[in-house]
Design a protein around this ligand. Structure first.
Ligand code: GLC
Ligand code: CA
Length: 575
């Protein structure tokens, strides 16, 4: 066997009697496309929907099933699409409605699925609703957003002490009506008022609209901020300066009245019922929520009748060590037992690229990919991760990202320190154009164009073309792992049991995946060496065995004892 991709390896997850009982969204693999940075077809330097369509064969051959696209709806692009002006229209720089329908169709033709990004929490300040809302206190849309009087003296102080998710004041004064509006994120993203039934219905209609166009699922932007305390009670004091993956409190205040409101948990179930009622195949919802897995599970509903999945961003920060990873897996398993399901996510358009904290070490990136693609959970791969695209340091003063502008007073050395703890002030750094080949701009756009963000200086070396036929590349490793996963029900949806084989150092994480019972059970075992020291392990004797190593590729299936090399991952599975 060699490493290059054969058509069988790229096959979709297999369907069998067992498999058909499992909802597809538990067995799927998700790849996040940031459309602005993926592929530009008309030479304006901005990635577009036609560009995504042109790369669907690449994604199919990579072996991923579901594509999640960051928003491309009509927007002033102040937050590159996370500020929507018209939920039913497509931003002209990304294409047309026809392109959007073509995309959905082309994805489905390849047996793949597509997930759109729903920004329910807020709109752009240019959305006609907000323009009307702001025009007068008596406008019928006034109550679509959260407006309050300022505190005395003379209303000059914001209505209460709430801070935005970014840590600065979340209330913004508007002169027209001498009141303040609330924005959980940036000032040009006013929060909708979900306590107004008209707003809720209107937004549920947006959801119904896109799902009935054939979209297979939705990623829900800052879902945890949807409902706020109805009485606008001040948030209590906290000693925490910055939020962490486990706790959204920070900036010296608790988020009790602004984040994870009980009404938001209840709304998750309401939304699920709406989604389930849309005719057609089952769809899924994945929530962007922040905090400890124990809290986040609540978004999935006590009876698993809420969001299907939530991002477990803790996976981005788990220490790169045997004990650290083992503890993370144990926690996810404890908090998300069947019928719940964890997620593994190492990067996205808001966070430093995952390879940065690995010191750009290709072997470590392959090890992490092995964890992501073989543990029990839905993997979310951020574009470029499959080729080990590097992070790029861009000083905030050059940042196009509105967060960089919002925090332009923060010195670069502080920004770099925050980045080390996973907080990115200039998100341009992880949104660079996808690197396709060694040509100008990494093949992202036409020769003569200039991309909206300059390509990474290493695009001539780190790119898809350079890795495609290299059996030892990161890309080949992803393809092999995905192909294995797509053949193995145990890897897709089996139970996970952490193993502690005698004599194996703690730096090695080992687990067994099992699908089905007794004789007919299908099993896979995974060994991940998180240290630079070799470690001997005993491979399980499984019938019809395939053995794959991140450093050696396909191995002799009769090997029984091997010495794991530094940062090597080995997967043994049936079939
Ligand atoms: C989410 C998005 C981020 C966006 C913000 C406001 O965190 O991932 O990119 O800026 O919400 O919509
Ligand atoms: Ca374009």
């Amino acid at each position: 066997m060699n490493h290059t991709l054969s058509p069988e390896l790229a096959q979709r997850p297999k369907t069998s009697h067992h498999a058909s009982e499992l909802p597809w969204w538990k067995r799927t693999t998700v790849y996040q496309v940031y459309p602005r940075s993926f592929a530009d077809t008309n030479g304006d330097g901005i990635g577009d929907l036609r560009g995504v369509i042109g790369k669907l064969d690449y994604l199919r051959d990579l072996g991923v099933e579901t594509i999640w696209l960051s928003p491309f709806f009509d927007s002033p692009q102040a937050d590159f699409g996370y500020d929507i002006r018209d939920h039913f229209g497509i931003s002209s720089e990304y294409g047309s409605l026809d392109d959007c329908h073509a995309l959905i169709e082309e994805v489905h033709q390849r047996g793949m699925r597509v997930v759109f990004d729903m920004v329910l929490n807020h709109t752009s300040n240019e959305h006609p609703w907000f323009v009307e809302s702001k025009s007068s206190k008596h406008n019928p849309r006034r109550d679509y957003y959260l407006w309050r009087d300022g505190r005395a003296p003379g209303g000059r102080e914001p209505p209460n002490n709430w801070r935005s998710m970014l840590g600065r004041r979340g209330w913004h004064y508007d002169r027209t009506t001498d009141q303040w509006y609330w924005a959980s994120f940036l000032p040009f993203q006013p929060d909708l008022n979900y306590r107004n039934p008209e707003v809720k219905e209107a937004m549920l209609d947006v959801v119904r609209h896109w799902l009935s166009m054939g979209v297979d699922g939705l990623r829900l932007d800052i879902f945890n901020a949807l409902f706020k305390d109805a009485a606008f009670t001040n948030n209590p004091f906290s000693f925490r300066p910055v939020p962490s993956e486990d706790n959204p409190d920070g900036f010296f205040q608790q988020t009790r009245h602004t984040i994870d409101h009980p009404d938001t948990f209840a709304f998750a179930r309401e939304l699920r019922a709406v989604v389930d009622a849309v005719p057609g195949p089952p769809r899924f919802l994945v929530g962007e929520v922040f905090g400890a897995p124990h809290t986040l599970r609540r978004y999935c509903g006590e009876d698993a009748d809420g969001l299907h999945l939530v991002f477990l961003f803790k996976s981005m920060r788990a220490p790169f060590s045997g004990p650290g990873v083992r503890a993370m897996i144990a926690e996810f398993e404890r908090e998300f037992p069947e019928p719940f399901f964890p997620t593994y996510v190492f990067g996205n358009h808001d966070r430093p690229r995952s390879i940065l904290r690995l010191g750009n070490h290709a072997g470590k990136a392959k090890l992490l990919a092995t964890l992501q693609l073989t543990a029990r959970g839905v993997p979310f791969i951020y574009y470029g991760e499959e080729i080990g695209m590097h992070h790029h340091d861009i000083p905030a003063v050059h940042g196009l990202d509105p967060i960089a502008t919002h925090f332009r007073f923060v010195p670069d050395w502080v920004a770099r320190r925050l980045r080390r703890s996973g907080i990115l002030l200039n998100r341009d750094e992880s949104r660079l154009p996808m690197q396709w080949h060694h040509g100008p701009h990494g093949g992202f756009t036409h020769h003569a164009s200039s991309p909206w963000l300059a390509s990474h200086p290493n695009s001539a070396e780190v790119n898809v073309a350079a890795q495609e036929n290299d059996p030892h590349s990161i890309l080949s490793c992803y393809r092999q792992l995905l192909a294995m996963r797509n053949r193995s029900l145990a890897l897709q949806a089996g139970s996970l049991e952490l193993l502690s084989p005698a004599g194996v150092p703690l730096a090695v994480v080992a687990y067994r995946r099992r699908h089905g019972e007794g004789e007919r059970a299908e099993v896979a075992e995974v060994f991940l060496n998180f240290s630079s020291r070799e470690a001997r392990v005993e491979l399980p004797a499984l019938p019809d065995r395939t053995v794959f190593s991140t450093l050696r590729g396909a191995m002799d299936p009769s090997e029984s004892r091997i010495s794991l090399r530094a940062f090597e991952g080995v997967v043994v599975c049936q079939g």
